[in-house]
Design a protein around this ligand. Sequence first.
Ligand code: ADP
Length: 561
Amino acid sequence: MPAIEQPHLLRRIWQILTEPSAAITDSQQRRNARLLAIVLVCVIPMMIWGGLTARTGNDTGRDWISQSYLIASIALILTYGLSRTVYYRFGAALCIVAVSAILLAQANVLGTTDPARIAYALMWFVAMVLAGTIFLSVWLSISLMAIFLAIILAIGLIYPEVAYADTQFAFIYVLVMSTAWIAVAAQRQRDMRMIEVQARELAEGEDRYRTLFEASFEPLFIHEKGVIVDANPALLEALGYTYSEIIGQSMLSLAPQEVHATIKQKASSGQNQVYEAMGLRKDGTTFEAEIHSKDMMYQGKLIRVVAFRDLTERKRAEAKRLQVNIEGERSKLLRQFVSNASHDLRTPLTTMTTSVYLLRKTAGDPERMPRYLEKLEGQIDHLTKLLDDLFVMARLDDAARYMERGPVDINALMGDIMQEQTPNAEAKGQTIQYDGGADLPVIQADNSELHRAITRIVNNAITYTPEGGKITLSAHRDNQCVSISVQDTGIGIHADELPHIFDRFYRADPSRRPEMGGVGLGLAIAKKIIEMHGGVIEVESTPDVGSIFRVRLPLVVQSTA
Ligand code: ADP
């Protein structure tokens, strides 16, 4: 604790001499009592000095004038005594009456020797009363001024030997001084009243602010240049501090180290800010917080008000809502899937049942039997393919558990696919070729999944390209990606079908495609695998001209599973 500074000795004496009585509580009255004490502390020594030195000029030793000064001094000392009590107003009145009476007597004595000097004596008189305007109302001061002016004018009537010219200076002096003094006093009183009103409004405003601040459910604190100067109970409760613990702390102590830079930057912006950052409780636990902050002027100082809302509950509720949505989406997908899959399973089963029935009926007929057996085998093939694809799809939906990444040489991968697919293409009289890039980098990927994806695309190219067509595979580096394309000269895809071909179970118009196409999962599987590698798949196609599928895989692969 820094030592409380002791005031200077002279200042201390001045304080003791002028400090109003503790019993006066009203601030305006205390100010007036202090002013009266100050006036008296200044005037009393002057009066005493006047008493010790003033002479009429004729007599030797102390004459009446100096005695009257001394009497006035005693009256002022008594007044001073009263100014130290709650009766300071009486003191002020007594002071004016006593000093005025004495000065009047002086004026009278002087008047007997030189009547013109009465007016000058009255100037003192006026000065005394004007000092009273500090405590008197403006109207009372104006009335007194009028009386003194009348008295000065009356001197000429009482003492015929005094001409107006003799008292003119005193008249003008009283008029000008009084007017100026009263105007200043009136202005001062008005200012005081305004200050009083403003102070009251400020106090009320502060009371209101305090009540709101205290009652707010929102955790709030105020900082001045980063140092916490106020905090409300909601904040103390949220962070686990007591009021005295938090006041004077740096606001950065309410947040973990990693967000300090952000908080400092936002706080120094001087603008209203709303942002999310981590908060730090007293027990060291952190939480997600939403921070609203703005600059304000408060008691003449620039401060920043900060609302520090704990988002833990809100985030939890949001996560729950998201979870519910995901569950809803999943169950919708499942329903869709079951309906599609059951249709795809039922069709071949119906064909198989018919084939078995016909086989039974035609048992022993060497001509028809192979036809039905072939149909049966075809459907078994189709069903096996469908179940395989369903299995792959289901596995890919939980890909994170199955993905096995490792270095994959794209040229080698494409070479394998070419080797496997060339016989299929040749069986249809198609030509197939691969243009590999020489500078192809090795990427991190799941080799067998990538193999599956590209194979599906190449398979489709062969399936949907008539005999004698051409299939061209290529791969090259494209900035930070590897681009693989599969181009065919097949039947192409209609523009209105293009947006759907990657959907599960989507198959183009049966009238346009070969009788035994796939099960409608090939491209969905390929797309899923490419996306799992952080890549994209795109297609361009012109009906009856051909299609080109482009796969772009990033060199630095991020898992999206
Ligand atoms: P499918 O098992 O029917 O081939 P896919 O998901 O692999 O299912 O393809 C969806 C649809 O996209 C296909 O039914 C076909 O109509 C169309 N398609 C795919 N690849 C090509 C291609 N290379 N040329 C023309 N159409 C294609």
